[in-house]
Write a new protein. Structure first.
Length: 210
């Protein structure tokens, strides 16, 4: 067994909650659900179909602006981007297109466009997606391959709380959430790929590919 986020072998069983086993990595400080307790693809998709992320929803667009606002300060006019894991309502891509950026979208369930994964991008956005990754190490490697040198990855996910609060944490209760990141985790993710990173505010990380 190794950590699904950093591949380190210094993992321990954190706890079992409602018959779901969680592991903790002592190297990158992430936690993740045991593979035996992940949803299958059919039930995972059913859960996503319950989301109500409408492109025109002003509240949803305001929520996404927590990522797009700091990310745009790093970009140049006309930069090309990919919304990776955009879900059924790619509002973020619509917002960035409205601001003059070229956008592609990819989602394994709703926009499984393999052509989008054959290009290189100046920036990639990944909002409320990384917590769904079954194999985050491989996913971040794929993202690295999709970015040009000097490219940016804007990531939004709810940062993990203290260990004693984990069991009652609302984010953990979503059965499609299987990977949980602390601020220390992002430092490891960055160092393993020679990225720089900054955290402009809680739950937002900007990575820069050297």
């Amino acid at each position: 067994m190794h950590c699904t986020i950093c591949k380190n072998e210094s993992i321990v069983v954190f706890k079992t909650i409602e018959q779901t086993k969680y592991w903790k990595c002592n190297f990158c400080k992430a936690k993740f659900v045991d593979r035996a307790h992940r949803l299958d693809a059919e039930n995972e998709k059913k859960r996503y179909d319950q989301h109500n992320n409408v492109v025109e929803d002003l509240a949803y667009r305001s929520f996404l602006s927590k990522l797009t606002d700091p990310l745009k300060t790093k970009l140049s006019p006309g930069d090309k981007g990919l919304d990776f894991g955009c879900g059924p309502g790619p509002a973020l891509a619509d917002m960035m297109q409205s601001d003059g950026y070229g956008m592609e979208v990819y989602d394994p369930f709703f926009f499984p466009n393999q052509d989008a994964l054959s290009k290189k991008y100046d920036f990639i956005t990944c909002t409320e997606t990384a917590e769904h990754f079954f194999n985050p190490y491989d996913e971040f490697q794929s993202i690295d391959d999709l970015m040009v040198e000097g490219g940016w990855l804007g990531l939004m996910t709810c940062f993990m709380t203290e260990d004693e609060l984990f069991e009652d944490w609302y984010y953990r209760r979503d059965p499609t959430h299987v990977s949980f990141y602390s601020e220390q985790t992002f430092g490891v993710i960055a160092s393993q790929r020679n990225w720089n990173y900054e955290i402009p505010e809680k739950d937002i990380v900007l990575f820069n590919k050297n």
